[in-house]
Design a protein. Structure first.
Length: 339
């Protein structure tokens, strides 16, 4: 079996081919970071345009692994939500064209389900299956969600962010400090230079809920900078990062204990963050749990995670007949996951 995965929900135009065991046959990512960085964030119209310009060559490069003689493709999985409407539309049109060209069946995949599936990817070696039940934290530039999952297609959203996503908070704090875009990697790098400081930002607790909120934390950083113009950027980054890590790791581990699972899984762009991984890994070890992180190369958006989430959907017989619509606001519970 050969599955093509296509990802165009935000600012990466990406395509990958996997086989029926989930082994990676190709993985092509065109990142639009250079296009958006002068605006310190993703500009939707520019994103759709860049997807339209690049998707053809990204697809061509990804399917080159099938050979020229008699290329055969069984399924084309594409992320049909959530994401930017124009960007999703480009992905849908390209996926439909590829499916027609190769006589393949079309599979719509929830982008967030892709970030969870990414925790299983180990490249050419195939996949390392997630041990369900587990609590998952999907944490990226657009999303911060905590799920209780019994399996693929059987997850429940415990909570999500009420305002900014954690990655968005990293991006906004980097912008306040003039560090560039995307914020996560540069804030993490800058924080490493901090030795010690007595800066203290609030930990947004949202007590009694599994929800998150990061916009207040970002505002605290901006007020602190206004009132302390000589504070060192490395100290601000370090304390900001500690506040985010405390919040994410705290809630994830609390939920894992409360629901009695033996595994936590962390996916999405922010899962690349070293202190976040270390903190969750050590807390999980202490609690006798397994912590599963997406490999760093699969943290940010890619086609392999969409292809693998598609494979799980195919295996579970969750394919639908008829045209597949895009849904910019797609929620986990709306794509067939039990409440
Ligand atoms: O998953 P992703 O590519 O896009 C969305 O689906 O939103 O994640 C991108 C986000 C950006 O906000 C970026 O700042 C953040 O992931 N990110 C990080 C790190 N690397 C990327 N955040 C914290 N630490 C990092 N090392
Ligand atoms: Zn993403």
């Amino acid at each position: 079996m050969r599955i093509l995965g296509l990802e165009t929900t935000c600012d990466e135009t990406a395509a990958a081919v996997i086989d029926g065991d989930g082994a990676l046959l190709s993985n092509v990512v065109f990142s639009q970071i250079d296009i958006h960085k002068k605006y310190n964030g993703v500009v939707p119209e520019l994103a759709s345009r860049a997807h339209a310009q690049r998707v053809g060559e990204v697809l061509e490069e990804a399917v080159a692994c099938l050979g020229r003689e008699r290329p055969s493709l069984d399924y084309v999985a594409f992320a049909n939500g959530p994401g930017l409407p124009g960007a999703l539309l480009v992905g849908k049109i390209a996926a439909e064209a590829a499916a027609r060209l190769y006589g393949a069946k079309l599979v719509g995949v929830n982008h967030l389900e892709g970030h969870l599936a990414a925790c299983e990817l180990s490249g050419e070696k195939g996949v390392d299956p997630l041990p369900f039940p587990l609590v998952a934290l999907v944490v990226s530039g657009g999303h911060t969600e905590l799920w209780l999952c019994k399996g693929y297609g059987d997850c429940r959203v415990l909570g999500r962010t009420r305002d900014d996503a954690a990655g968005e908070a990293f991006d906004k704090v980097a912008k306040l400090l003039g560090l560039g875009y995307p914020g996560g990697p540069v804030v993490e790098k800058t924080a490493k230079l901090s030795t010690s400081s007595d800066i203290r930002f609030p930990r947004p607790a949202m007590k009694g809920t599994w929800e998150f909120s990061f916009s207040g934390l970002k505002t605290s950083v901006s007020y602190f900078m206004r009132d302390n113009p000589s504070a060192r950027p490395e100290d601000i980054c370090a304390e900001f990062q500690r506040a985010v890590v405390d919040t994410l790791a705290g809630k994830l581990m609390l939920a894992a204990r409360k629901y009695g699972v033996k595994c936590v899984a962390v996916g999405g762009g922010v899962a690349a963050n070293g202190p976040l991984r270390e903190r969750i890994a050590s807390e999980a070890a202490r609690a006798g749990m397994t912590a599963r992180f997406v490999e760093r190369r699969f943290c940010t958006d890619n086609g392999a995670m969409i292809a693998l989430a598609g494979l799980h959907k195919i295996r579970a017989g969750r394919l639908t007949d008829g045209p597949i619509r895009i849904n910019p606001e797609m929620r986990v519970s709306r794509w067939g996951i039990a409440k």
